[in-house]
Ligand binder design. Structure first.
Ligand SMILES: Nc1ncnc2c1ncn2[C@@H]1O[C@H](COP(=O)(O)OP(=O)(O)OP(=O)(O)O)[C@@H](O)[C@H]1O
Length: 226
């Protein structure tokens, strides 16, 4: 419980995952994230960062343990409730950006609304594009964007529904130093502006060097799994 008596935004307890056919289970340390808190998830490639994010997003089912969001266990939600919860609560910038080649930037930003039957929010999209320095990109397709611009479009898409939790998986993959610093600053500022929590997963030492909030280091699989 927090000082206010309300449960933490995110609570992870006894969590493990087992991929079918794999020799080992991935086990994760317990942690909590309060509303508005930022956390860096560090660990070498293969240590389980993406798996943990997928468990937190309810996209994977744990072998054991529980993820609680604002005190509510994800395992207690039906698939449909989980999908609805995810769309409303979570903004996710995945490692592979999944920008549809057929859609313009503006159309991609409307998807989080249209895909669940909500009305498009053009003013929100325009404001985010402006904020992220993408005002001129609304009519472009992904192949007409630089890597850094595509990264920012994915961030804008994740912010469209004003998530309480913003997660990004390796946001600096294939970015140069200047773009890495910029995307980190944008993620931090966007989360702070909305009072959202930020959870970043990375093995990039450049991000760790610029991070001043909490960190959680995942051990390598050999040491962290049984
Ligand atoms: N679908 C899958 N089936 C079987 N094993 C998997 C699957 N996905 C991941 N793994 C294994 O689980 C472990 C953790 O993978 P994960 O992608 O979570 O690590 P990561 O820390 O995010 O790595 P990276 O930094 O390279 O993205 C690795 O050993 C990986 O090979």
């Amino acid at each position: 419980m927090s000082d206010t008596g309300s449960p933490p935004l995110l609570q992870v307890q006894g969590l493990s995952h087992h991929y079918p056919g794999s020799q080992r289970s991935l086990r994760f340390a317990d942690f909590e994230l309060a509303a508005g808190q930022h956390l860096l998830l560090r660990g070498n490639s293969g240590s389980g960062k993406s798996t943990l994010l997928a468990l937190l997003a309810g996209l994977l089912t744990p072998a054991s343990g529980e993820v609680r969001v604002q005190g509510r266990a994800l395992s207690g939600l039906s698939q449909r409730q989980r999908d609805a919860w995810r769309g409303e609560f979570l903004g996710f910038v995945p490692q592979r950006l999944h920008l549809s080649p057929a859609l313009t930037v503006m159309q991609s930003l409307q998807l989080p609304f249209l895909s669940v039957g909500l009305a498009a929010d053009l003013p929100r999209a325009q404001a985010l594009l402006q904020r992220l320095g993408l005002a001129e990109m609304a009519g472009r397709h992904p192949h007409q964007l630089s890597v850094g611009q595509a990264q920012r479009v994915a961030l804008a898409r994740a912010l469209m529904r004003r998530p309480r939790l913003l997660m990004a998986d390796e946001p600096s993959a294939s970015l140069d130093d200047a773009n890495t610093a910029q995307v980190l600053r944008l993620l931090q500022e966007a989360a702070a502006e909305q009072g959202a929590s930020l959870l970043l997963a990375t093995h990039d030492g450049r991000i760790a060097a610029q991070w001043s909030a909490r960190s959680l280091v995942l051990p390598d699989l050999a040491g962290g799994a049984a």
